[in-house]
Design a protein around this ligand. Structure first.
Ligand code: BDR
Ligand code: CA
Length: 317
């Protein structure tokens, strides 16, 4: 049976591609999209999610909720890699509108409607998840699995040398969520760079598919491809869609391990750094694993399965 799913997202480019996984993969039963402050202007993110639902032919079927418009305690920090997150072009006005209920409330409501039978995929800063946790302390036992895109596997980040974007933007939320007792799986920026970066040839192959969704993909992906070129990363990176795909296609995971993960919230120098420890016993004390960290995936399998989604025949209005 398909997995009931909530996607919490700062919708821009690869977040939209992760939404396509939730909207189109047969193993995903997407019940809600919740928007969190992150990549681009908040209302733009809401529009980007609605456009994606529309382009996937699912308008009116999956509700989109506005969530936190700022991190818990820090000012919003924009990502520079995605343009406006929708390829800097105009798309037809989506038929659907955002709901009036807050995104954190939607997470709590769905967790209580399907206790132990719904997964939460968090591909932006963890502010909405932290707020939902503050509203319902039993949330970790009601969410079947929490999948997070965030952090680095003890290596260099993409915002600072120490930190990956999602954990950098709201480190307090990340630490709160990681220490709350969810059944957590993490896909890191480290893994993304190594195994979910598609080169020019792969991106051209997608463009040449000539389907409505391959065109949607290529347009949204272009700003990221251009930005990456300017910082020496060839091609485009797919952290969020990799995380979404692994959730519904766990057979793509080749190696993972239980780790103790903690996020730096005090230092400005290493703000958002994620310590990922594989040893339970340290002279400083015993730290039990609180997350499974994915370390290796079937890279080609991810790319192929994503292309299959782009072949989907979309219902047009
Ligand atoms: C993460 O940051 C965002 O820019 C992307 O959407 C992704 O979720 C990668 O560090
Ligand atoms: Ca994201």
């Amino acid at each position: 049976m398909a997995r009931k799913l909530i996607i919490d997202t700062d919708t821009a480019a690869d977040d939209s591609f992760a939404l396509l996984v939730g909207l189109l993969h047969p193993e995903a039963d997407l019940r809600a999209v919740t928007i969190v402050a992150g990549n681009v202007d908040f209302e733009q993110q809401v529009r980007n999610a609605l456009i994606t639902v529309d382009q996937a032919g699912r308008s009116g079927e999956v509700p989109v909720f506005r969530g936190a418009t700022d991190p818990l305690v820090r000012p919003w920090y924009e990502a520079k890699a995605h343009g406006d997150g929708k390829g800097n072009v105009e798309w037809p006005t989506p038929m659907q509108q955002a709901e009036s209920v807050h995104g954190a409330q939607a997470i709590v409501d769905l967790a209580n409607a399907y206790p132990g039978d719904i997964d939460l995929l968090a591909i932006g800063p963890l502010t909405n998840v932290a707020l939902a946790l503050a509203m319902d302390r039993d949330l970790p036992s009601k969410i079947r699995e929490l999948w997070i895109m965030g952090g680095c596997d003890n290596s260099e980040g993409n915002v600072t040398a120490a930190a990956e974007y999602n954990f950098f933007v709201d480190p307090e939320a990340a630490q709160m969520v990681l220490s709350a007792g969810f059944a957590t799986t993490i896909v890191t920026w480290t893994l993304t760079l190594a195994q979910a970066t598609w080169d020019d040839q792969q991106l051209d192959t997608i463009r040449n598919m000539g389907t409505p969704l391959s065109e949607f993909f290529s347009i949204l992906d272009a700003p990221n491809r251009e930005f990456n070129g300017s910082v020496g990363v060839p091609g485009s990176t797919h952290p969020d869609s990799l995380t979404a795909m692994l959730l519904v296609e766990p057979g793509l995971i080749r190696r993972s391990s239980p780790r103790y993960v903690e996020v730096e919230t005090h230092s400005e120098l290493t703000r958002g750094y994620s310590l990922m420890d594989s040893r339970e016993g340290r002279p400083s004390g015993v730290h039990m694993p609180n997350a499974t960290v994915i370390e290796e995936v079937d890279e080609q399998g991810f790319y192929t399965k994503f292309m299959t989604l782009l072949e989907t025949t979309v219902k047009r209005r």
